[in-house]
Design a protein around this ligand. Structure first.
Ligand code: ADP
Ligand code: MG
Ligand code: ZN
Length: 555
């Protein structure tokens, strides 16, 4: 059957979304395809529809049970013979799937990649007459990506064993991930690549530095009372406290994180799907499986870990195409936390520096002086005009020529041998003669004290903006010491000007961070630490944080 009538009869859609038709055609023709489409772009249809256009069975590899269940339910309701083999199945359900497979009754079989680890699976699929393979969330095969699933590596084996065409789908577009997907899934055959535009013009983009973060989130949610929204939090504990605070102010909210029982998580997913105006405060565990078209807002109580994660998370809003609002909060504590997570992680050095660069890209976006959408799309290799739908376009911030300040920072970094963190560089600039400064003889440098006219907190804000513009990078080989980038040379030579945001600099305050070796489960110690944090925050009149060995953060 051809595409258009199936689209209407089975899926109930009037037409294709941008990009879908070309992909459906290529997949139905049996070409190997890698399709990159934004979240909410309608990737599922691009393998479901071709599966019905050809005879026989299509196997769909998908990472999440909830996602598979939803799709199988929707397909079954539409009269399509579809089933899933997951670890959540009962014996009876499994027996029925195996029966339907050997009777060649199924058109779509969803499967978690872990299933491929069993030696029985591939021969079983071969007997079932598989015609094609579809791989959803294909970035899970990438060790560079944020959702790596080792069992995705077996998909290449499956393809080789069955000798059928493969179509892979993802919303993650950066070039490294794309290359890795091609290498690992297509075994050297170059697939046809479809790269659909990344812009989600209906999503309003906004960032704010943390300044009473709880009140910032409450106000944002308050102004959107009655609308469904998600608040992403950096820690499990915060999802709970924030849900409590929202409920206290009369906004129905429920927490969601990976530490909850599967049952409880599913209950939240179902409630969110059905109920209007519910807020879910969640860790990143909430998302990939959520198919709710009318999420009207997404807030980040803490900075996401990379620009890709940010894009995917805000992309859960406004899938129906109607306006959706976002607000992302960030503070220097977030930057420290994320840097620490990267540096202390087990990844190889080249991966760590890529992760720092991705975080820098997000910081650059957070502190952008011009249209955020231009910056965001620019990261994904697209050019755009100023959008008129971000906080910067709404309200352009005051900027100033920060070239001279940036040159001072760069020269202090160079003269101290590119081995020190921001704190030490600021001590040099402000002429703060600490023991370490004197021991290293840094009080003898010509740059010592050249930045006395600017307070410490403002230098921090300047350095943060420079990191965001990729003029400086923390060098993981030197314990995160700052190093200058190629782009910085043009600034040092005076060939490039540096435009900085004044608003971010005049408000800048330092934060206090306490690192500890206690276990988060240790309640008495925990409350002692929280009291200590409060005392510090009050004494210094700045935000303070406690970082645990597993790198969770308590505010
Ligand atoms: P993705 O996997 O790319 O994030 P989905 O496949 O989950 O996106 O689709 C997102 C939403 O768009 C779903 O609610 C889906 O039903 C809807 N959708 C997909 N294709 C179309 C279409 N051609 N017309 C209308 N709605 C569509
Ligand atoms: Mg999807
Ligand atoms: Zn804009």
């Amino acid at each position: 059957m051809s595409a258009a009538p199936l689209l209407r009869q089975v899926f109930g859609f009037d037409g294709f979304r941008p990009g879908q038709e070309e992909i459906v055609t290529a997949v139905a023709e049996g070409q190997n395809v890698l399709a990159i489409m934004p979240t909410g772009g309608g990737k599922s249809l691009c393998y479901q529809l071709p599966a019905l256009m050809r005879d026989g069975l299509t196997v769909v590899i998908s990472p999440l049970i909830a996602l598979m269940r939803d799709q199988v339910r929707a397909l079954t309701e539409a009269g399509v013979a579809a089933a899933a083999l997951t670890s959540g199945n009962t014996e009876d359900e499994n027996a029925e799937v195996w029966r339907a497979l050997s009777a060649r009754e199924l058109r779509l079989l969803y499967m978690a990649p872990e299933r491929l680890a069993s030696g029985a699976t591939i021969p079983m699929l071969r007997r079932a007459g598989v015609q094609a393979i579809a791989v959803d969330e294909a970035h899970c095969v990438s060790q560079w990506g944020h959702d790596f699933r080792p069992d995705y590596l077996r998909v290449g084996e499956l393809r080789a064993a069955l000798g059928v065409p493969l179509a892979a789908f993802t919303a993650t577009a950066d070039a490294e991930t794309r290359d890795e997907i091609v290498a690992r899934l297509f075994g050297g055959d170059q697939p046809r690549v479809f790269l659909r535009g990344f812009d989600r013009p209906n999503i309003h983009l906004a960032f704010q530095p943390k300044d009473g973060p709880r009140a910032q989130i409450l106000n944002f949610a308050q102004a959107r009372r009655g609308q469904s929204g998600i608040v992403y939090c950096g820690t499990r504990a915060k999802t709970e406290t924030l849900a409590g605070a929202l409920n206290d102010s009369g906004l129905p909210s429920v927490a969601y994180h990976g530490g909850m029982e599967a049952e409880a998580r599913r209950a939240v997913e179902t409630r969110f799907q059905r109920e209007d105006g519910l807020i879910v405060t969640a860790t990143v565990a909430f998302g990939m499986g959520i198919d709710k078209p009318d999420i009207r807002w997404v807030a980040h109580a803490d900075l996401p870990k990379s620009i890709e994660a940010y894009y995917q998370e805000i992309g859960r809003g406004g899938r129906d195409g109607a306006p959706a609002e976002t607000l992302t909060l960030y503070g220097s504590d977030d930057v420290r936390l994320r840097r620490g997570q990267i540096d202390e992680g087990l990844a190889p050095p080249e991966r760590k520096s890529a992760d720092h660069a991705r975080l820098n890209a997000l910081l650059g976006l957070a502190e952008a002086a011009t249209c955020r959408r231009v910056a965001l799309l620019g990261y994904f290799g697209e050019t755009a005009a100023p959008c008129g739908n971000c906080d910067i376009c709404d309200n352009p911030p005051e900027t100033f020529d920060g070239t001279e300040a940036a040159q001072k920072v760069l020269s202090a970094v160079l003269r101290t041998g590119q081995s020190y963190g921001a704190g030490h560089i600021i001590d040099v600039l402000t002429g703060n003669s600490t023991d370490r400064i004197r021991q290293r003889g840094h009080d003898q440098l010509p740059t010592f004290g050249v930045g006395r006219d600017i307070p410490k907190g403002q230098w921090q804000a300047i350095i943060r903006q420079m990191l965001g513009r990729d003029l400086l990078r923390p060098d993981p080989e030197r314990h995160g010491g700052l190093a200058i980038t190629a782009a910085a040379h043009a600034v040092l030579r005076g060939e490039e000007r540096v435009t900085l945001r004044r608003d971010l600099i005049s408000k800048a305050r330092p934060a206090v961070v306490v690192r500890t070796q206690v276990d988060e489960e240790d309640a008495p110690l925990l409350s002692a630490l929280k009291a200590k944090r409060r005392a510090l925050a009050e004494a210094a009149r700045v935000p303070a944080y406690v970082i645990f060995p597993d790198r969770t953060l308590i505010e």
